[in-house]
Design a protein around this ligand. Structure first.
Ligand code: ADP
Length: 486
């Protein structure tokens, strides 16, 4: 099958969150299974080392470059145009400012290029059977395929329903879209243009990144105003848990770690913990648990709840480290907390993959008080590195963590602590439960060991996506959803 995979992040080139991990590891897994993948990505100014990548086609104002990072069957097509080069490391936000002013036209144009490539309009001798678009920036790909009359089937994956790409009613010209699409059953959303609706209404099949999130987004509480549309499309929506690249995340062979370790060989982990304490300047003894948080500093991730819970958490034998950046107000709150609790709280307000890995390998707990979590990858990395997640029971967290109830502990199935009460008090109670578990070393190590043995590679996920592509192809011949509603 020929699959054009449209995305705006790719591990190793440009990363804001889990979309980068997904966009490099799923296409690789599919290519290893014999599929032909073309990953379409903007060539941002922050991407380094690919200026020698050969030009394979001309584009308006620029060109298309091709890079083959392996395995066979995978090629990355980079859309090299001045407006993408003008963006630095963060494709979505101008440094110290809001969104880029040319977002509407830039991402719509990118989706149109996806349609041209899928239909081989640029003469590359390759045609897509399926176009797989991801999140709002590429959500107009199914719309442009329809407008350009390209017959490929389309799949749209929701990685985060809260980010919708909404633009004022007057953006029609910038988007280059016909005005008939400004319709409540098409792209109109409360008087504005919505990219996300383009994907949700016009793609043949929809997926999101966990079964629980697939169910949650069909409810008012998690639906971000689109739950009605998602209920209408429930029959076309699958929830598939993300995999991880198990070779790239292996504590037995991770050069960043102070010592290697693995299931039943946890000895090296003590060395990693000691090195981490040293790095952070914590004088914590073994009786103090180290809890880490790694991720975007946003209310979605429950950073505000952590700040509210902190006075009570600091009464426990616990040290807390937050690694991440994002919302300026929350970052200020974290910096203030670091001043208030110099002995037991640290905030590293930056992106730092090395420190992330050292935290997973040296911290005892990973806190994830997320309000919602489509899948979440950090808990998967943490479990693989023997760090026990303490997470709110939402979305992918409830699908990937087995709560340490006494039955699950007895059965040797527990991998973490899940809690239902999404409040600061709920987080404190969950941390207490984790500390009680840690006070029973045998049980604690069993939970660590069970977590490390979990298989979260892409095997099952890649198979599931292939089935979705087949379903999209089968659907292509039928009357599209939007014809019923327009
Ligand atoms: P989301 O996609 O909502 O941001 P995920 O848990 O799915 O959350 O993926 C986040 C990815 O980004 C993970 O690979 C995580 O380790 C990484 N990450 C996020 N923030 C940082 C940071 N400040 N330093 C290092 N890695 C980070």
């Amino acid at each position: 099958m020929n699959i054009l995979f449209a995305t705006t992040e790719f591990e190793g080139l440009v990363k804001v969150g889990g979309l980068a991990d997904f966009s490099s590891s799923l296409p690789r897994a599919l290519a290893r299974r014999g599929q032909q993948l073309r990953v379409l990505l903007p060539y941002y100014g922050g991407i380094r080392g690919l200026d020698d990548a050969p030009v394979v086609a001309a584009l308006p104002g620029g060109c298309l470059r091709e890079w083959c990072p392996g395995p066979r069957g995978l090629r990355v097509w980079l859309v090299d145009q001045p407006h993408w080069r003008a963006r630095g490391a963060d494709p979505y936000a101008r440094p110290g400012d809001g969104a880029w002013p040319d977002d509407a036209g830039a991402f719509s144009g990118f989706c149109r290029i996806a349609a041209w490539l899928a239909g081989d309009r640029l003469g590359l001798g390759w045609r897509a059977d399926v176009v797989h678009a991801n999140d709002w920036p590429t959500a107009l790909a199914p719309v442009w395929l329809m407008l350009e009359r390209v017959p490929a089937a389309t799949v749209f994956t929701i990685h985060n329903l809260a980010c919708q790409g909404v633009f004022p009613a007057g953006s029609g010209a910038a988007l280059g879209l016909p005005s008939w699409l400004f319709h409540p059953e098409a792209l109109e959303y409360w008087g504005q243009w919505s990219f996300l609706k383009g994907g949700l209404v016009f793609a043949d099949r929809l997926t999101t990144v966990s079964p629980s999130y697939a169910a949650e987004i069909r409810t008012q509480a998690f639906g971000e105003g689109l739950d009605g549309l998602l209920r209408a499309r429930a029959g076309d929506l699958d929830g598939i848990v993300n995999g991880i690249d198990e070779a790239a995340w292996n504590p037995l062979r991770d050069p960043v770690l102070a010592a290697p370790f693995g299931p039943r060989r946890l000895g090296g982990r003590a060395g990693c913990r000691a090195a981490l304490l040293d790095e952070l300047g914590f004088a914590a003894d073994d009786n103090t648990a180290i809890a880490a948080m790694v991720g975007r500093v946003q209310t979605q991730k429950g950073i505000d709840e952590l700040l509210l819970a902190l006075p009570r958490l600091m009464e426990l034998p616990l040290a807390v480290v937050v690694l991440g950046s994002g919302d300026a107000r929350l970052e200020r709150g974290l910096s203030e907390a670091a001043r208030r609790y110099p002995q037991r709280f640290r905030a590293a307000l930056r992106y730092d993959e090395g420190l992330g890995r050292r935290l997973f390998s040296g911290a005892d707990l990973l806190l994830m008080p997320s309000r919602f979590e489509p899948c979440g990858l950090t808990q998967l990395y943490a479990m693989r590195y023997g760090c026990i997640p303490v997470a709110r029971a939402v979305g992918g967290l409830r699908d990937t963590i087995t709560d340490a109830t006494s039955a699950a502990l007895d059965a040797g199935e527990a991998t973490g602590i899940l809690y239902a009460d999404g409040s600061p008090a709920g987080l404190v109670a969950a941390a207490r439960r984790a500390l009680e578990l840690r006070a029973q070393p045998e049980r604690w190590q069993r939970v660590q060991d069970t977590g490390m043995r979990q298989r979260h590679g892409w095997q099952a996920g890649a198979e599931a996506y292939q089935r979705v592509y087949q379903a999209a192809l089968a659907k292509k011949g039928t009357v599209p959803f939007f014809v019923d509603v327009l």
